[in-house]
Design a protein around this ligand. Structure first.
Ligand SMILES: *[C@@H]1O[C@H](CO)[C@@H](O)[C@H](O)[C@H]1NC(C)=O
Ligand SMILES: *[C@@H]1O[C@H](CO)[C@@H](O)[C@H](O)[C@H]1NC(C)=O
Ligand SMILES: *[C@@H]1O[C@H](CO)[C@@H](O)[C@H](O)[C@H]1NC(C)=O
Ligand SMILES: *[C@@H]1O[C@H](CO)[C@@H](O)[C@H](O)[C@H]1NC(C)=O
Ligand SMILES: *[C@@H]1O[C@H](CO)[C@@H](O)[C@H](O)[C@H]1NC(C)=O
Ligand SMILES: *[C@@H]1O[C@H](CO)[C@@H](O)[C@H](O)[C@H]1NC(C)=O
Ligand SMILES: *[C@@H]1O[C@H](CO)[C@@H](O)[C@H](O)[C@H]1NC(C)=O
Ligand SMILES: *[C@@H]1O[C@H](CO)[C@@H](O)[C@H](O)[C@H]1NC(C)=O
Ligand SMILES: *[C@@H]1O[C@H](CO)[C@@H](O)[C@H](O)[C@H]1NC(C)=O
Length: 751
């Protein structure tokens, strides 16, 4: 699919692939070279060591000295300063250092060293969205949660443009007393909105985390940007730009550059955010291929954060639409896929025969006449036709705007980009350099058919500006990574979808010449964009329910999600088919319902040990993840589907096709009225013959009371479906607690 270069690393077999997260414009063309130092044979390694027990190792300085004792003697003195990259306190017991392969091998043989690995490199995977999510000034959840007041959101990304108006602190109170972080910009740049700013990508730990990509500024302003009036790009997508939690505090941790995000920096970012006292960590980066938890820096950092009560929200990846590609799939994080909103930046193709096809573009010059021009298909091999509207196949994600430049250079009048079959109806609104429109695969096929059959094919392009109430929203974007979860097949991933297509948010430089830097906005797409929407939602819930654990907040979001679109139809995918549960997760976030879920599934931290043992990781790997000695043989492990998760997943590809009965246990806690009576309502699942829930009624008499139930599933001998979905919903007078059930019967690429 992608023609991106791959960097190989011994720990993961293919690697950094495409810019996981952002699709447009800013993505680096090549994989990174972050691990290797060009001037020598030094590479960055992550070294994990047995925890020091002596009390005198309590301070950061002592810990540093302890870690340095593992470095080879040849690197003594000032040389050592340059070798040490990061020391970790929270995410793991260990450090990152620049070493030669021989030195790394020698360290690996030292007493007390648990793991030495060359670091891996991961990739970087609105005005309207808050309104679309039902957030309105003065009413509802924004009012109830005080717009996220008092909550601190950390963003691990490419840094930030501090002077952007989205980071104005008007109306934002000073940070809570627990905040321990600091700001490496000068004093005027940080304020009560942007309370922390640090960089982990360069050689200096005091460097200011300027964003020279745009991605970090975009995702940070999406999560918790301030109200900015008259935001737009080329006058389109215009309105008041605002983040999801406008009064929450922000802390920027720069762990990525345009070249990617190195493991040592990601771990350092998590480590600092945990130390600083944040509430939510937003992570719009990851690997193209799913990584096993022990060697996945996001899973590792997020586990340490979760242990401290910090919520971690991640992008699902942009590797869709094939199956089994979802990344960041650990059960202790929220994994967010991307869908459209009801806003389109519309343009229409009108063919000479009167047929019309809608598409999108961000560049809509007012002086372009909607007149008919000769129409031709161009392969892009120097055959662009001057004086004509050229139709091109949009094969590559990153060169769409460049395709337009080529047509412009050849003297073409306009461009129609025709989607490939995998992109389907997902169209991007991009800052093209000539009149252009991107149309769906179906529309492109019709247009090409017309060119072949008409004697003198003609077309006009009509610009329609910003339009609302798009009829299929939310639809899953083609690029949004799909399950099943290859690392833990019994946990549904992605968990949920949120707005991630054509999202307007803050940017680092004006894309349309019209504004100054501090009011720069851009419209980009990716699961990178959907993740911070959910991070903002988490901040609102945290502000409304300060005592809820990360698992409780996740449960509230998942059990209240919508499974149908605004028209009451099932949510569709990029081909406008009803979307698989492995594309949508439990559905689309419904913010106003999540604040009052009735019951919650509260996954206990201690449950993760039997869960990890059940995934067949060895004792060393489980110990590294949970940060303490574990012997799996001395505890009772559980299969992953038995973890007290707010959705249920039965993957018969993994369980074995000879398994016919599965019994699943769940425990719920009453966070609604003390006296509540819930009845189970079962939505049948294709290929599952019987579903028995016991007990069929849950009767609570106290606040916070917990009750358990069991569901027995019996599958049919030969189900027709590849995958299937249904639910078990606990319904009381006031609440409806939907527990989505995902079933996978057969292996399939899903294409
Ligand atoms: C502080 O940073 C701002 C924005 O980056 C810059 O405009 C200003 O000149 C800086 N002030 C000082 C004293 O360095
Ligand atoms: C956006 O701009 C258009 C055209 O100038 C205007 O009609 C519309 O009211 C604007 N929308 C908003 C939300 O400001
Ligand atoms: C969308 O349509 C509904 C009615 O169907 C209308 O109330 C609402 O104002 C429309 N929204 C926009 C942004 O046009
Ligand atoms: C921005 O300005 C440059 C230089 O004046 C010009 O070449 C370019 O076409 C302008 N771009 C837009 C989108 O107006
Ligand atoms: C979200 O829930 C509210 C309250 O039940 C409902 O009115 C609204 O239609 C829901 N929104 C979506 C998108 O399902
Ligand atoms: C199911 O089949 C696998 C091999 O495919 C076998 O190891 C296992 O024992 C079987 N389980 C049952 C319950 O028959
Ligand atoms: C599976 O469950 C069904 C119905 O609950 C029962 O008839 C059958 O005997 C069970 N099979 C096994 C292998 O336990
Ligand atoms: C579910 O299955 C278990 C054993 O697998 C059995 O003990 C229990 O009675 C069953 N419950 C229901 C409601 O079928
Ligand atoms: C419910 O339990 C949570 C966590 O165990 C606790 O923080 C909270 O105070 C309890 N609430 C009530 C009303 O007992």
């Amino acid at each position: 699919m992608e023609e991106q270069k791959c960097r190989s690393s011994p720990t993961t077999w293919t690697i950094v692939i495409l810019s996981l997260i952002c699709i447009l414009g800013v993505c680096p063309a090549n994989g990174a070279s972050a691990g290797a130092d060009a001037s020598s044979s030094l590479s960055t390694y992550v070294i994990e060591v047995r925890k020091p027990t002596d009390k005198h190792l309590a301070t950061i300085e002592d810990l540093d000295t302890f870690y340095r004792s593992f470095l080879p003697a040849t690197t003594a003195g000032s040389n050592q300063e340059q070798r040490m990259v990061h020391s970790y306190r929270h995410v793991l017991s260990g450090f990152a250092a620049k070493l030669t392969a021989e030195e790394a091998k020698a360290i690996g043989e030292k007493d007390g060293v648990l793991d030495v690995r060359p670091e891996t490199v991961l990739s970087l995977h609105t005005t309207h969205a808050p309104d679309y999510l039902g957030l309105r000034r003065g009413v509802g959840l924004w009012e109830d949660s005080n717009y996220g007041k008092g909550v601190i959101i950390a963003v691990l990304d490419t840094g930030i443009l501090p002077e952007h108006l989205s980071f104005s602190d008007e109306g934002v109170p000073p940070p809570p007393a627990k905040w321990k972080g600091h700001c490496n910009f000068n004093r005027t740049s940080c304020n009560n909105k942007l309370i922390g700013a640090r960089s982990f990508t360069g050689s200096s730990s005091s460097a200011a985390p300027y964003d020279d990509v745009g991605h970090g500024t975009h995702v940070t302003s999406t999560a918790a940007g301030a109200f900015v009036k008259d935001a737009s790009v080329f006058g389109l997508a215009n309105g008041t730009a605002v983040g999801i939690a406008p009064l929450a505090h922000l802390a920027a941790y720069k762990v990525c550059t345009a070249d990617g995000c190195s493991e040592s920096a990601i771990l350092a970012g998590f480590d600092a955010a945990i130390e600083d006292g944040v509430d939510v960590i937003s992570v719009s980066l990851g690997s193209l291929v799913p990584l096993k938890f022990p060697s996945d820096p996001v899973a590792r950092g997020a586990f340490a954060a979760t242990e401290k009560g910090i919520f971690v929200s991640c992008s699902a990846g942009n590797s869709g639409p094939p199956s089994y590609m979802v990344s960041n799939g650990a059960p202790w994080v929220l994994t967010v896929g991307a869908s459209s909103t009801d806003r389109t930046i519309k343009a229409t193709v009108r063919l000479g025969n009167g047929q019309e096809f809608d598409g999108e573009t961000l560049y809509q010059p007012r002086d372009f006449e909607p007149a008919q021009h000769p129409l031709a298909f161009s392969r892009g091999y120097g055959d662009d036709a001057p004086g004509k509207v050229n139709v091109r196949d949009s094969r590559f994600r990153y060169v769409r705007v460049k395709q337009g430049q080529e047509i412009k250079d050849a003297g073409g009048v306009a461009m129609i980009l025709a989607n490939d079959p995998y992109s389907g109806y997902t169209t991007f609104a991009e800052p093209h350099v000539l009149p252009a429109v991107e149309v769906s695969y179906v529309a492109g096929t019709e247009i090409k058919k017309y060119i072949e059959t008409a004697s003198a094919p003609m077309a006009a392009i009509l610009f329609k500006g910003t339009q609302f109430n798009g009829s299929f929203a939310p639809a899953v974007a083609f690029f949004s990574s799909r399950g099943p979860n290859s690392i833990s097949p019994g946990i549904l991933k992605p968990d949920i979808i949120g707005p991630g297509l054509n999202i307007l948010a803050g940017w680092t430089s004006p894309v349309d010449n019209s504004t100054d830097k501090k009011r720069a906005f851009n419209v980009i797409s990716g699961t990178s964009m959907s993740c911070p929407h959910l991070s903002g939602v988490v901040a609102l819930l945290k502000s409304a329910h300060p005592d809820w654990s990360p698992a409780a907040i996740k449960s509230a979001i998942l059990t209240t999600a919508a499974t149908s679109n605004a028209k009451g139809q099932p949510i569709v995918d990029e081909a406008r088919r009803p979307a698989s549960i492995f594309a949508t997760g439990v559905g689309h976030v419904n913010v106003s319902k999540a604040v009052d879920p009735g019951l919650i599934y509260d996954t206990e931290l201690t449950d993760y040990v039997p869960y990890l043992c059940g995934l067949n990781y060895n004792d060393e790997d489980v110990s590294l993840i949970v940060g303490k000695e574990v012997s799996c043989s001395s505890i009772e492990s559980i299969p992953d589907y038995q973890l007290n998760y707010p959705s249920i997943t039965l993957n018969f590809v993994h369980l074995g096709s000879n398994v016919s009965n599965v019994s699943v246990k769940r425990t719920v806690r009453n966070v609604g009225p003390a006296n509540s009576r819930y009845k189970s309502v079962i939505e049948p699942i294709a290929g599952i013959g019987s579903i028995n829930v016991s007990p069929g009624e849950l009767v609570f008499t106290k606040a916070n009371e917990t009750l358990s139930y069991t569901v027995n599933f019996t599958r049919k001998a030969s189900p027709q479906a590849v995958d299937a979905q249904g639910s078990i919903t606990w319904v009381s007078a006031q609440h409806s607690v939907r527990t989505a059930v995902a079933v996978s019967f057969k292996w399939s690429w899903g294409l």
